[in-house]
Design a binder for this molecule. Structure first.
Ligand code: ZN
Length: 349
């Protein structure tokens, strides 16, 4: 998928053996992410992407920027009012990108948390907007509406019995009582889940909290909505292929830079190929692949999305990191124009 993926997948600068043994003997803290930080997917047309996530799902566009590794492409961030970690779905929209293939070694579903009583309201809204419904299901303690975004990305709206106190974005078209509260979980599809399960539980501190029909559910941190991952064991699934309509990676929350560095060292010690810490402007990131092939990122909670614009202005203008500012004119000219909807707030279905 071009420069972005190459550099994110790249080996980074693995620390040498000497450094590893010097740091390995100290206090060992277990890697245990606080929860989901964000999910990043590939789209095709950026305007269709904006229209769906703002006007249909009612998320806030919290940042318009570019793919730092391929600045001729947008990087669009959606989330709650503040851009809180755990509410964020981001896209690299590549105009004309071919469809990818959902399959093994991928994060195949992004699930959002909605109030338990809202599923009927959402079914009406989705039907009225002509959005493709892939599935409705009941599983464990939740009812689920699975829809396809304009590129075929699987999005779940999960009405669940757990409490989710996170405040929604209030100035979108979805009224407060029904609005998305943030990410609920992600689903990984694996050709053989054993090594992934071991990795999550033994090495990343996740806890098994449920199993049903080839689906195993894990939680991290405090658990609950925003801190869950489901793993599907699908031996017959084709290998996933990243392109439009598929997820590129899933990011887990580190509280700060110190924790991230310690966790990075532990991941190095496991023998996994992990990148150096990369400056993503709004957070700091490391990337590695879990044993089943899914690209994981660990991202810091800070510095956050108000580092380069006010809370009120977030998402309304193209923002570039300092090292790309000098090329702003050229970069902006190469991007297709985006038309943002006027936020309504009256909440029509
Ligand atoms: Zn990311």
């Amino acid at each position: 998928m071009g420069e972005g993926e190459r550099s994110e997948q790249g080996g980074g600068d693995r620390m040498g053996e000497g450094e590893r043994s010097e740091q390995g003997g100290g206090d060992r803290i277990d890697v245990n992410p606080l929860g989901l930080h964000h999910v990043t997917a590939v789209a095709s047309d950026p305007q269709r992407n904006v229209d769906f996530y703002l006007e249909v799902l009612g998320l806030r566009l919290i940042k318009q920027t570019v793919n730092f590794d391929a600045p001729d492409t947008y990087h669009l961030y959606y989330g709650d009012e503040a851009g809180s970690p755990g509410t964020i779905l981001t896209f690299f929209p590549w105009p004309g990108a071919p469809r990818g293939r959902h399959g093994a070694g991928q994060t195949t579903t992004t699930s959002f948390s909605i109030p338990q009583s809202s599923l009927g309201w959402w079914k009406e809204r989705i039907a009225a907007r002509g959005v493709e419904v892939l599935e409705t299901a009941s599983r464990m303690d939740e009812d689920v509406l699975v829809v396809a975004d304009p590129d075929g990305l699987r999005i779940e709206l999960v009405a669940h019995t757990g409490t989710d106190p996170r405040p929604p974005w209030e100035r979108g078209p979805v009224p407060h009582d029904h609005a998305i509260r943030g990410l609920y979980s992600v689903t990984l599809t694996e050709a053989s889940d054993e090594r992934t399960v071991d990795h999550l539980t033994d090495q990343l501190g996740f806890r098994l909290v449920g199993e049903e029909g080839g689906r195993a559910r894990f939680e991290t941190g405090a658990g609950g909505a925003g801190a869950r991952v489901d793993v599907l064991d699908r031996p017959d699934a084709p290998r996933g292929m990243v392109a439009a309509g598929t997820i590129h990676h899933v990011a887990w929350r580190a509280p700060d830079d110190d924790a991230q560095l310690e966790w990075r060292q532990q991941i190095v010690d496991l023998g996994l190929d992990v990148t150096a810490v990369l400056d993503r402007q709004y957070f700091h990131s490391i990337y590695f692949r879990e044993p089943g092939g899914v690209l994981f990122e660990i991202a810091t909670d800070g510095p956050g999305f108000t580092i380069d614009e006010s809370p009120e202005a977030m998402g309304t203008q193209l923002r570039l990191p300092p090292w790309l500012e000098r090329d702003r004119d050229r970069i902006a000219a190469a991007l297709p124009p985006l038309k943002l909807p006027q936020s309504g707030g009256e909440g029509s279905a």
